[in-house]
Design a protein around this ligand. Structure first.
Ligand code: B12
Length: 460
């Protein structure tokens, strides 16, 4: 069959993260292996919209169109899908990805034109749906059918999956901002070595896609992919996008030992963040030798009360200790903070800002809390909010759409600006961090993104 994979244009354009669509590349690989003709149209990096976009999709002449979307894509994507439905009356439209996985059958309210919704990892369910169109595999919700008992799918044995179809998205094309912003060498490529996360942070919905059980890819397959990326595509930096790369320390250590033995001309980072309590002296020694030049981590809050409330399962004292350990290996730390988590007071937010400074991390990002559907905090907020009925227009982290009680979006935006200023307008970060970590090709995009964060959305 002729199958087109569709990755939507991103709100925020080139100022936003432009990462090759890992999930679609896995789907592309299993579909090609099963004999289908696959095309990928990644509009996140083409910056095309309107008629140009529609005509590209129509020209690919798909029998099935696989649409992938984050919740933040929905608002822009709704009219596109409606036009595509008319332009391709005989094509099956299937929706999957983070939004579908997080809201399941409710995604039909956003996209009444689609024929099926896939929840969770879909490498197996897509093949089953193609092979047995009359049945309803687990993880698939067909329009008009009661599928309330279906479960999100997860691929239990990752060794069964082929290497992602990198020829559909050559890394050389992705010169925008990577996840985590920090970058030393281009081209870079994101990879997955594990899937799943057993932690229960209340703001996160990752488990809706990849589940709570950690599954590992065999390291020989991971290294086959890395060698392909380096050899065929000249990739110079690998970004491990796992939810929890260091969860199994032995696996992470073995990964590093192989990297040291192979000694390829490639650097590594883990821009999704690693859990700080998972690091130890031996692992950091190996990571540094293997080619890590920065360690990302999700600190989230500088308030112990809030860390407990969001079930982060750590404390500020433990975080500080781990940061000191990373620094003792002469590795800089890039930290993510969330401002305006449910239940936060001005005092908690101030504590986070102060913690970002006193912890001596080299790079910090302050995002406003986003009520991600499917996460405990997101679902709680969305119960009483009109965001769903307004088509998710405000679901973007430059909007601060869900300020905590007693604070407005404007207050939060002000705190966000203050956090960036207080953190970066010091001699240390300005000179050390910017010079050390930002790649020249991405510098302008970082500036653009900084402006989007600071001056768009609720502040205007
Ligand atoms: C890496 C990552 C990113 C990367 C994107 C990587 C990429 N291009 O693929 C970047 C940095 C760009 C990113 C950005 C964001 N992310 Co993010 N990200 C992740 C993370 C940690 C891993 C993604 C991944 O590789 N998953 C594993 C692969 C196998 O899954 P997948 O890509 O979704 O694809 C599978 C299925 O979804 C499905 N599938 C996907 N598409 C389709 C289409 C069809 C038709 C079908 C049938 C199936 C299907 O099959 C695929 C193969 O199994 C997830 C957490 C998670 N556990 O998934 C969060 C996650 C997806 N991100 C999330 C969020 C909130 C964001 C941001 C909004 C963050 C922000 N505040 O800015 C932005 C939004 C995007 C944007 N505007 O830029 C949320 C999504 C919630 C939601 N409902 O949208 C998640 C779940 C994390 C969380 N905290 O809850 N992210």
């Amino acid at each position: 069959m002729r199958i087109t994979l569709f990755y939507p244009p991103r709100p925020g354009g080139s100022g936003t993260n432009l990462v090759p669509p890992i999930g679609l590349l896995y789907l592309g690989a299993v579909l090609e292996k099963a004999g289908h003709q696959v095309v990928l149209l990644d509009f996140s990096q083409m910056e095309k919209d309107g008629e140009d976009l529609i005509s590209d999709v129509v020209a690919s002449n798909p029998e099935i169109l696989l649409l992938s979307a984050f919740t933040s894509d929905v608002f822009l994507l709704k009219p596109v899908v409606s036009t595509l439905r008319k332009a391709l009356p005989r094509t099956k439209l299937w929706l999957g990805g983070p939004h579908a996985s997080c809201v399941a059958e409710k995604a039909f309210l956003d996209f009444p034109q689609v024929d099926a919704i896939f929840i969770g990892e879909a490498e197996e369910s897509v093949l089953e749906a193609l092979e047995f169109p009359e049945r309803a595999p687990d993880g698939v919700i067909y329009k008009g059918k009661d599928m309330s008992s279906t479960h999100p799918r997860q691929v239990l044995d990752l060794s069964l999956l082929p290497i992602p179809a990198w020829h559909l998205a050559p890394p050389e094309k992705y010169r925008g901002l990577p996840n985590g912003v920090v970058l030393k060498r281009l081209p870079y490529a994101p990879i997955l070595t594990t899937r799943g996360c057993p932690y229960r942070c209340t703001f996160c919905a990752g488990f809706r896609v990849t589940g709570r059980k950690i599954r590992h890819r065999p390291l020989d397959q991971v290294w086959e992919e890395i060698e392909l990326l380096v050899r065929e595509y000249g990739v110079a930096e690998i970004h491990i996008e796992d939810d929890n790369f260091t969860f199994d320390k032995d696996y992470a250590k073995e990964f590093c030992e192989i990297a040291i033995r192979k000694n390829l001309p490639v650097l590594f980072s883990t821009p999704n963040g690693v859990r700080l309590d998972a690091l130890d002296h031996e692992l950091l020694t190996l990571m540094k030798k293997a080619g890590w030049y920065v360690v990302h981590c999700g600190i989230e809050s500088g308030s112990d009360r809030i860390l407990k409330k969001i079930k982060k399962a750590t404390t500020t004292a433990e975080i500080k200790k781990s940061i000191d350990l990373i620094h003792s290996h002469k590795l800089p730390v890039a930290a993510y903070f969330i401002l305006g988590l449910p239940g936060e007071t001005k005092k908690d937010i101030e504590e986070t800002i102060e913690f970002s400074r006193s912890s001596r991390v080299e790079w910090a990002q302050f995002a406003c809390f986003l009520p991600i559907p499917g996460s405990p905090d997101g679902d709680e907020f969305l119960k009483n909010n009109e965001m769903v009925s307004t088509g998710w227009e405000a679901f973007h982290n430059t909007e601060c759409p869900a300020p905590p009680e007693h604070l407005t979006a404007k207050d939060l935006k002000r705190f966000q600006r203050k956090a960036f200023m207080r953190f970066y307008l010091r001699p240390g970060p300005i000179f050390r961090t910017t010079a050390l970590l930002f790649h020249k090709d991405t510098f302008l995009r970082i500036v653009k993104r900084g402006f989007a964060y600071l001056f768009s959305g609720s502040s205007s």
